[in-house]
Write a protein that binds this ligand. Structure first.
Ligand code: NAP
Length: 287
């Protein structure tokens, strides 16, 4: 794809993992359009240089309008914490966008997904909806690339509360923590070759650490203390305080207690260039 003439739509481009993709595509010379719920807010957040289309994935007319004339669409939505909302965002929205993209002959749909998304591991509402979303994308017949990402380094600060970083559950698996800047570079690169079409690519960072090790590295750089908590305790706290986010987090972390990484990043690294940023380097600049 010659970047300068191509329009890529991003749905979820104001999100934690969508914004860096928008910025990287723009830096690489693509024309970047975003479907956003609030264009004024998005303009303040993203700055100049993006085409903003007001809309919502629940409003298919707006999705159709945003998809008009684009060469590709990147989906970076987030559902939850209720089962209905995971279905709405991770399944139905992905299905609808893919079907409309197919109708409009869009060249490709790219989708962020996670390493533990498979039939075998679909033991939570979120993972079940993501499995269905991936299947709907493939079924639509539009060319696609699915990015099965490991844990993002950028999620570590989200576990910080005051002076503590919460290590939730017994997280024994080694995880290849990925920096969003590496991921964004790889997504943008994927639009520059047809070799990435109709593939699931595993996006794993350069080094593996358990969650406990990763939190210790983060803690050393940011001065917080790692504070362990069981998934059961978080579920009880969530129920007692009617905090659906905590209840959802306990379900998520139980899922990750069980499932480690099992894909291979070899193909993604060969086609898109291997990720470079280590967790220690990331902490040195971000903590
Ligand atoms: N965290 C990880 O380590 C990890 C790993 C692999 C995969 N993932 C997946 O990555 C995805 C993105 O995560 P994130 O943290 O970037 O999410 P996020 O920050 O919550 O971003 C979600 C985006 O979706 C947009 N959005 C929400 N509802 C919408 C609607 N009805 N219509 C149109 N746009 C809507 C939001 O726009 P507004 O600005 O309007 O709210 C925002 O731009 C999730 O599915 C997550 O599961 C995460």
């Amino acid at each position: 794809m010659d970047a300068s003439k191509k329009i890529i739509l991003i749905i979820g481009g104001t999100g934690m993992l969508g914004k860096p993709v928008a910025q990287q595509l723009k830096a690489d010379g693509f024309n970047v359009r975003l479907l956003v719920r609030n264009p004024e807010k998005a303009k303040k957040f993203l700055g100049e240089g993006y085409e903003l289309v007001q809309g919502d994935v629940d409003n298919l007319a707006s999705v159709r309008a945003a998809l008009t004339g684009v060469d590709g669409v990147h989906i970076s939505l987030k559902g939850g914490p209720t089962e209905a909302d995971f279905e709405r965002m991770d399944h139905f929205a992905v299905r609808d966008i893919s079907q409309i993209a197919k109708e409009k002959n869009v060249g490709r749909v790219t989708l962020i997904s996670a390493y533990a998304v498979s039939e075998e591991k679909a033991d939570t509402p979120e993972s079940r909806s993501k499995v269905k979303g991936e299947a709907a994308l493939k079924f639509s017949g539009v060319p696609y690339t699915i990015f099965r990402c490991s844990w993002f380094m950028e999620t570590l600060p989200l576990f910080v509360q005051g002076k503590n970083i919460s290590l939730i559950g017994n997280q024994v698996h080694l995880l290849h923590w990925i920096a969003v800047e590496d991921y964004a570079r790889m997504v943008s690169k994927s639009y520059q070759t047809d070799e990435t079409l109709n593939k699931e690519l595993y996006i794993f960072g350069p080094e593996a650490h358990t969650m406990s090790e990763a939190m210790k590295i983060y803690a050393e750089h940011s001065g917080v203390r790692v504070s362990p908590m069981s998934t059961q305790m978080l579920a009880v706290l969530g129920a007692l305080t009617f905090n659906t986010e905590w209840k959802g987090m306990s379900v998520l972390m139980k899922h990750y207690e069980k499932w480690g990484e099992d894909g291979s990043p070899e193909e993604a690294n060969r086609l898109l260039g291997a990720p470079r940023v280590t967790l220690k380097e990331w902490c040195e600049t971000h903590c």
